[in-house]
Design a protein around this ligand. Structure first.
Ligand code: PLP
Length: 396
């Protein structure tokens, strides 16, 4: 058959399944419902009534006031790097798009041209898309670095530092800015300092993934501490920001790739190449979500209201953590449960083993990952007793 076929045989085109349960990564209210942030509703009505707006294409790099205000919340209002005109940004399709654009740029230009051999290190474990985004961008050597200490249910700092010491110079490291997905375990400020020291000395490149700013502690500044510390140390870096979770704008695909360059001239050249990459990928980004974020961040009143909304979400998660720990301790469930409140953000590594997870799913119809990871937002004041009692039964 000589016709133009999408593929010649099933062997050429095997069927694959991309199974993602997106609700595993989303916030839910105490009623178990999605939440449209009140500030977002307000801003959407401002936008709809603004007669000066239209549906013309945005510039290739996106909405300027979105890009600059997004970078500002990552780096801080008073960031010297911003004042030195060496910070720029690309509006992207979600945090995923920002990671993708950053990866495409790095493969082309970082550390020499078209360096597909540069190792890219992602945490073990990590958000599963990290591996694929970097390998799809052409990196042939995506590897894990030690992060989670299952025995002690915490950060494996020695292992992490060891990998930083022994990896090839100029390797790229993807670091979770806060609220590590899936372990909920972040380095402390002292630990970040040690990590930064080794990365600087060993000439390693830092690519921050900031998908949960505000979600971890309820404070935007606290959650950006690591990013700002690395900038203050003089690292050039990329930082992929997602506004999916902290604005509840999952389906609007609002992300930003913040670039901290050496100087203004370097930044200009980076952005020019970014324009070329974006032009051949999505040409220019959508506007609605970026407008919502930009209007919010650029008005002191709306900004304050947003911070309040973020805190509402973070506080609900913190409350569920505190209650779950207290209930397990009251039940006398064997084991220590401090890690539930030591961990932060949306996710928790419960420490339940695969047998216990299976018991939870089969006998109790409580669904969690085989790794024992739960989305804390699945807990509500109505089901938390049942969940605690079920964990107790699974463990005993
Ligand atoms: N990075 C991490 C660590 C995430 O958990 C997620 C989403 O779950 C993303 C990036 C992607 O965010 P977005 O939906 O904005 O693409």
């Amino acid at each position: 058959d000589e016709s133009a076929r999408l593929s010649q045989s099933p062997d050429d085109l095997p069927s694959v399944s991309v199974s993602v349960q997106f609700s595993d990564f989303a916030y839910r209210t105490d009623e178990g419902k999605p939440w449209v942030l009140p500030v977002v509703k307000k801003v959407e009505s401002i936008i709809v009534n603004d007669t000066t707006l239209n549906h013309e294409y945005l510039p290739i790099l996106g909405l300027p006031e979105f890009r600059s205000s997004a970078s500002k919340i990552a780096l801080g209002d008073d960031s010297p790097a911003i004042q030195e005109n060496r910070v720029g940004a690309v509006q992207c399709l979600g945090g995923t798009g920002a990671l993708k654009m950053g990866a495409e740029f790095l493969r082309r230009f970082y550390n020499g041209n078209n360096n597909t051999k540069t190792p890219v290190f992602v945490s073990a474990p990590t958000w599963e898309n990290h591996n694929a985004v970097f390998s799809n961008a052409g990196f042939e050597d995506v590897r894990p670095y030690k992060y989670w200490d299952a025995q002690n249910r915490g950060l494996d700092l020695a292992g992490f530092l060891g990998d930083l010491e022994s990896c090839p110079e100029h390797s790229i490291f993807v670091l979770h800015a806060c609220a590590h997905n899936p372990t909920g375990t972040d380095p402390t400020q002292e630990q970040w300092k040690q990590i930064a020291e080794v990365m600087m000395r060993r000439k390693l490149f830092v690519f921050f993934d900031s998908a949960y700013q505000g979600f971890a502690s309820g404070s935007l500044d606290k959650d950006a501490w690591a990013v700002r510390y690395f900038v203050s140390m003089g690292f050039e870096m990329l930082c992929a920001q997602s506004f999916s979770k902290n604005f509840g704008l999952y389906n609007e695909r609002v992300g930003n790739l913040t670039i901290v360059a050496r100087d203004a001239d370097n930044l200009k050249r980076v952005l020019s190449q970014m324009e070329k990459i974006v032009r051949t990928t999505w040409s220019n980004p959508p506007s609605q979500g970026a407008r919502v974020v930009a209007v919010t961040l650029n008005s002191p009143e709306l900004f304050a209201e947003w911070k309040d909304n973020v805190k509402t979400m973070a506080d609900r998660v913190l409350l569920m953590r505190a209650q779950l720990k207290a209930k397990l301790q009251a039940l006398g469930t064997p084991g220590t449960w401090e890690h539930i409140t030591d961990q932060i953000g949306m996710f928790s590594f419960t420490g339940l083993n695969p047998n216990q997870v299976e018991y939870m799913i089969k006998e109790k119809h409580i669904y969690l990952m085989a790794s024992g990871r739960i989305n804390m937002c699945g807990l509500t004041t109505k089901n938390i007793d049942y969940v605690a009692e079920s964990i107790h039964e699974a463990v005993t």
